[in-house]
Design a protein around this ligand. Structure first.
Ligand code: ADP
Length: 423
C-alpha cells in the first residue's frame, strides 16, 4: 500500500518529483489529475503523485483541486503527504503555495509544516531564508520577469508570510548542521510559539537527508522535488531496499515518435531522428485544407514502414513556418489543430499498427496524446535524459511504454538513445 501521497501543482513538476522518488528507492505512480475511475492497480507502490494544473489558477480553484487530491490519496491508504511546488517557489502575490498549504494543514488537522523548495542538484539553494538560483538571488535570476509568477523578493519568509494567515518561521543552516535532533527541537519550539510554517535553509544534498528524517512525524511537508530524494533515501534504508526502484519495462512491439514541440532542442532532436528513421511531416496548413488526407497519408507511411523501426511523425517546424500557420489560422487554432492531428495519429498507431512504445515531444502535445489514449496514470521508470523518464501506462487498453518530453528537455540524440533503455 502507498505510504506517501503527493500533490504536485503542475504536470512536469509531478514527473520531476516522481523521478526523484523512484531514483532514490520509492516505487511511484503518477496520476494525471485526480482519478475518477475506481482502480485496483495502486497497491504495489510506495508513493502516489497526483499531477494537478493548479499553479496559476485562482487560489480557490487550486485549494479545491488540492483537497480533492488529498481525499483521493487518503482513500488509497496514504498516511503522509507532500505538497510539491517549483524549486523557484513560483507563486503569485495571492498564492497559491501558501493558501493550498494552509488548506491541506486544516484538512489534516496539523498545526505545523515546513516549506523546503531547495534543489541543490540544480543549484536552487536557500540560505537564511533567501532563495538562490545558482549564484543569483531569486529576484535577480530572471524569475522577476516570469510572465505568470514574477518573483520579486528572494526572502521566502516574507513571501510566504504575505500568502498565509499563520506566522512563518525559519529553520536555518546552523540548526540543520547540528543534526536531526536539533531540527526536531527547533520544530517543537516554533510550534509552541504558534508558528504555522517554517522555511528551511538547504545548501547541500545532506541537508535534505537531515530535514527528511527530522520531519518524518509531520503529516504534511511542502517542498520542491529535492526533499523527495531525502525522504525516499530514508524510506529505502528503513526497508533495506536497493535504490533505485525502477519497474521493468517489458513492452515489445512497434515504436513511434510523435513530435509537436517547436523548441530549438526538439527541432535538433527531430533532425537527428530524421537521419535514422522513416519520418512524416504534418503540416498545419495542409491540415486546415484537408485534415483527413493528412492523417490518411501519415498512416499509409506507417502501413509500409512501422515494422522496420520507429516511425517519426512530426509537426515541429522553424519559427517562420509556425508564424505563417498562425497568421493564416490563428495562434490558438493552429496549435489546437496540430495537437488534435498528432493525437489522432498516435491513437491510430496504437490501435491499428501495434505501437506499444511511444515517445512524445512537447508539453501540450503530450497532454493531447495522453487524453486521446485514455492514460489515467504512469508508473515511473528510468530517465532517458534528466527529467524525462520512460513510464508504463495505466488506463489504456493495453499497457504502453510511454515517454513524455517537454520541449526544451533532452540531448540531441534523445530520439535514438531512448530505445536502448528498453532493450
Ligand atoms: P513545448 O513543450 O515545446 O512548448 P508544446 O507541445 O507544449 O511544446 O507546444 C507546441 C505547440 O505548437 C502545440 O500547440 C503544437 O500543436 C503547435 N505546433 C506544432 N507544430 C506546429 C506547426 N507546424 N504550426 C503551428 N503550430 C504548431
Amino acid at each position: 500500500m502507498p505510504v506517501l501521497g503527493c500533490i504536485a501543482d503542475d504536470f512536469t513538476g509531478a514527473t520531476d518529483l516522481a523521478g526523484h522518488l523512484v531514483a532514490s528507492g520509492m516505487r511511484t505512480i503518477q496520476t494525471i489529475g485526480v482519478p475518477t475511475e475506481p482502480t485496483d492497480a495502486y497497491d504495489d507502490v510506495d508513493a502516489l503523485v497526483v499531477a494537478l494544473k493548479s499553479r496559476t489558477v485562482p487560489a480557490e480553484d487550486a485549494i479545491q483541486a488540492s483537497l480533492e487530491a488529498l481525499e483521493w490519496l487518503q482513500s488509497q491508504g496514504c498516511s503522509r503527504f507532500y505538497f510539491k511546488y517549483c524549486s523557484t517557489f513560483d507563486s503569485t502575490a495571492a498564492g497559491n503555495i501558501g493558501p493550498v498549504a494552509e488548506a491541506l494543514m486544516a484538512a489534516l488537522d496539523t498545526p505545523f509544516t515546513i516549506a523546503c523548495p531547495a534543489l541543490p542538484a540544480n543549484r536552487r539553494t536557500v540560505y537564511q531564508g533567501h532563495l538562490f538560483v545558482g549564484d543569483a538571488l531569486l529576484n535577480e535570476s530572471g524569475m522577476q520577469d516570469h510572465p505568470l509568477t514574477p518573483m520579486t523578493d528572494a526572502n521566502l519568509v516574507r513571501v510566504l508570510s504575505a500568502q498565509i494567515r499563520c506566522p512563518v518561521g525559519l529553520i536555518d543552516t546552523a540548526t540543520i548542521r547540528e543534526g536531526e535532533s536539533a531540527v526536531r527541537q527547533r520544530i517543537a519550539t516554533l510550534s509552541a510559539d504558534g508558528t504555522g510554517m517554517a522555511i528551511c535553509d538547504t545548501t547541500e544534498e545532506q541537508d535534505l537527508d537531515v530535514l527528511a528524517r527530522a520531519t518524518s512525524d509531520l503529516a504534511l511537508v511542502t517542498a520542491g522535488s529535492g526533499l523527495a530524494s531525502g525522504i525516499a533515501r530514508a524510506y529505502a534504508a528503513r526497508q533495506q531496499r536497493q535504490e533505485p526502484a525502477y519497474p521493468p519495462i517489458t513492452m515489445t512491439g512497434a515504436a513511434a515518435i510523435i513530435s509537436g514541440s517547436c523548441s530549438r532542442a526538439t527541432r535538433a532532436q527531430v533532425e537527428h531522428g530524421r537521419a535514422h528513421y522513416t519520418s512524416y511531416h504534418v503540416d498545419a496548413l495542409a491540415l486546415a485544407e484537408d485534415y483527413d488526407r493528412v492523417i490518411t497519408a501519415a498512416l499509409a507511411v506507417a502501413d509500409e514502414t512501422i515494422d522496420q523501426g520507429p516511425l517519426l511523425v512530426y509537426a515541429s517546424a522553424a519559427p517562420e513556418t509556425v508564424r505563417a500557420a498562425q497568421e493564416a489560422l490563428g495562434v490558438a487554432e493552429s496549435g489546437a489543430l496540430v495537437e488534435r492531428a498528432l493525437a489522432d495519429i498516435a491513437a491510430a498507431l496504437v490501435e491499428r499498427h501495434g505501437v506499444r512504445r511511444l515517445l512524445v515531444a512537447g508539453g501540450e502535445t503530450s497532454g493531447a496524446v495522453v487524453e486521446k489514449l485514455g492514460v489515467a496514470a504512469l508508473r515511473i521508470g528510468p530517465d532517458i535524459d534528466p527529467g524525462v523518464p520512460w513510464t508504463t501506462t495505466i488506463g489504456t487498453d493495453q499497457p504502453l511504454a510511454l515517454a513524455l518530453k517537454s520541449g526544451n528537455f533532452g540531448a540531441p540524440d534523445f530520439m535514438t538513445k531512448a530505445w536502448e533503455l528498453l532493450a
